[in-house]
Design a protein around this ligand. Structure first.
Ligand code: ADP
Ligand code: MG
Length: 340
């Protein structure tokens, strides 16, 4: 190695950057499903084989990609979602970095089949390690299908870091479940090794979505409650005290439509159920909140979405009371008897 400085070529730069955006099959799926949602799709099908390590296919009925944009879509910093930094403040789309397709394509073999409503035929583009190897016109419905094969085939160190198929598929199932819960108005179908894991109808009803994903038995044991205070809206779907889990996997909070993580929220759930559940057990709880955007600060990192509330106290007490009042109503909390 001589110590002269040179610029990395685009393919190498993308491969390195890919580590930021895609570290496992679930993160590829997250990016591709978010692209489908951004493209206003109402039906999204996610198919995986071998936990997504060998094969991932996402198809949507969204707006498609214009025939002359299919190649640039795979370049880094190529996005249709913002044009200047100021747009970031008003962007409502999930993506905007223009990195996902470039990153994914650099570490796998990708096929893109896409058609816009106004074009007569669709385009089929195939890339290996980020390089286009085939492009042809095809007949296809409006929308986009992305197939990702042999993820990390050219970065063996990263492939080795993946967990076994059971773990990697459970990341995927959990992720797609949470995305489907965040978008009850869209239909999601998840297929794993040719078996349908779940399929949501997209009716807009959250209880329908919960039933489709987690089954009738669970849905039957859920309570619901809603409340509004100071322009904060909460709608909650949560388990009665005789149904609980050993972890928080069946808890999720959505703020203004986005799945977010927050210690304030998990703390409030724990507090509402305190003394009602055995130790180290967690209720099932899905919280849908609408909060004025000026009252929250969302840090959107590709890997995680964290949130800061300007009024943590209000959020916490609102959540505790929504859950606790309904649990009380069920007469599940022993009432305190006043001695005469
Ligand atoms: P970003 O989502 O941050 O813009 P991506 O690399 O994920 O970057 O995608 C690049 C561009 O490709 C998007 O801005 C969008 O214009 C287009 N695109 C990607 N996926 C789809 C899709 N499923 N439907 C329509 N357009 C898409
Ligand atoms: Mg994207």
């Amino acid at each position: 190695m001589n110590n002269r400085i040179h610029l990395l070529d685009a393919l190498t730069a993308n491969k390195i950057a890919a580590g930021e955006v895609v570290d496992r099959p679930a993160s590829v799926i997250k990016e591709l499903v978010e692209n489908a949602i951004d493209a206003q799709a109402t039906m999204i099908v996610i198919e995986i084989r071998e936990a997504g390590k060998e094969y991932i296919r996402i198809s949507d009925n969204g707006m498609g990609i214009h025939p002359s944009d299919v190649e640039i879509a795979f370049e880094r910093h190529a996005t249709s979602k913002i044009t200047q930094i100021e747009d970031l403040d008003k962007t409502v789309s999930l993506g905007f970095r223009g990195e996902a397709l470039a990153s994914i394509a650099s570490v796998s073999q990708v096929e893109l089949i896409t058609k816009t409503a106004t074009s007569i035929s669709g385009i089929h583009l195939e890339l290996h390690g980020g390089k286009a190897v085939l492009k042809k016109e095809v007949g296809c419905p409006t929308g986009t299908t992305v197939i990702v094969k042999n993820l990390f085939y050219n970065t063996p160190a990263r492939f080795k870091f993946l967990k076994n198929n059971t773990s990697e598929s459970s990341y995927i199932i959990d992720l797609v479940s949470k995305i489907a819960l965040a978008h009850p108005d869209k239909s999601f179908k998840l297929i794993n090794n040719n078996i349908i894991v779940f399929s949501t109808a997209g009716t807009g009803h959250i209880l329908h979505t919960i039933t489709s994903i987690y089954g009738k038995e669970l849905a039957k044991n859920m309570l619901t409650a809603r409340r509004e205070e100071n322009n904060y809206h909460v709608e909650a779907y949560f388990s009665k005290i005789d149904m609980y889990r050993g972890n928080r996997q069946q808890q999720a909070a959505f703020v203004n439509g986005r799945l977010i993580k927050s210690k304030v929220i998990t703390g409030a759930i724990d507090e509402a159920y305190r003394t009602l559940l055995p130790i180290n057990k967690f209720p099932i709880c899905f919280l849908y909140m609408k909060i004025p955007p000026s009252e929250i600060d969302v840090n959107i990192h590709p890997a995680k979405t964290e949130i800061k509330f300007s009024n943590e106290k209000l959020i916490k007490s609102l959540l505790i009371s929504v859950l606790k009042d309904r649990l009380l109503q069920e007469k599940l909390i022993p009432e305190i008897k006043l001695t005469p």
